[in-house]
Design a protein around this ligand. Structure first.
Ligand SMILES: [Zn+2]
Ligand SMILES: [Zn+2]
Ligand SMILES: [Zn+2]
Length: 194
């Protein structure tokens, strides 16, 4: 994408570095391990978390009337987070997630320069990003295990087939040899006897 040196501490998407106190997470993306900063982890995984309270949807299967999907993207928020006071189900204005409202929106705000303190939202964001990263890596590990098992099974089947083919070949060769020998003997016998 750009000419910067690949590094463990750079975000593959926005190039942010660990020095900005933005944690860089390992994420599995299309069978590759990528490094995404906290903001990019969340921006790449809309729908996995509520963009307002940063709880992962993994934890609870939300009933349809408790969730609101962004009009523009797969982001899903808790209805109660979007409309804390108004929980009426039928009169809901369209919901736009923070990213769709502002393309430059950042979930994570850098810590205070003087105190190094992270605000509560950013702390929650960090947890959400870390958990999404962990989920993606464990899914990848499971996929790798599955893949390894499948390959092992395929290898075992292939070995069995090769063994059977060899045995089959040996049988055919033995039978042909027998027939040849018998044929020779009988033919020779006949010839000799004739
Ligand atoms: Zn990034
Ligand atoms: Zn929420
Ligand atoms: Zn959206």
């Amino acid at each position: 994408m750009n000419s910067r040196q690949p590094s463990l501490s750079n975000c593959d998407i926005c190039g942010a570095t660990q020095t900005l106190s933005l944690n860089i997470h390992n994420i599995r993306h299309r069978a590759h391990t990528r490094h995404y900063c906290t903001n990019c982890v969340l921006k790449q995984h809309p729908g996995l978390f509520c963009p307002l309270c940063f709880d992962l949807h993994e934890d609870s299967l939300l009933a349809p009337h408790h969730r609101l999907m962004c009009v523009r993207c797969p982001s899903v928020a808790h209805r109660s987070c979007v409309f804390p006071s108004n929980t009426a189900v039928d009169s809901t204005p369209p919901f736009f997630c923070p990213i769709c409202l502002d393309a430059n929106f950042n979930f994570f705000s850098p810590p205070d320069r003087k105190t190094g303190a992270v605000d509560v939202q950013s702390a929650k964001v960090l947890v959400a990003a870390a958990r999404i990263a962990a989920l993606s890596m464990s899914k990848a590990a499971a996929a790798a295990r599955f893949d390894a098992e499948r390959r092992a099974r395929e290898a075992a089947v292939a070995r069995k087939r090769a063994k059977e083919a060899l045995e089959h070949l040996a049988e055919i060769l033995a039978r042909e040899q027998d027939e040849e020998l018998n044929g020779d003997v009988s033919a020779g016998g006949r010839r000799r006897g004739a």
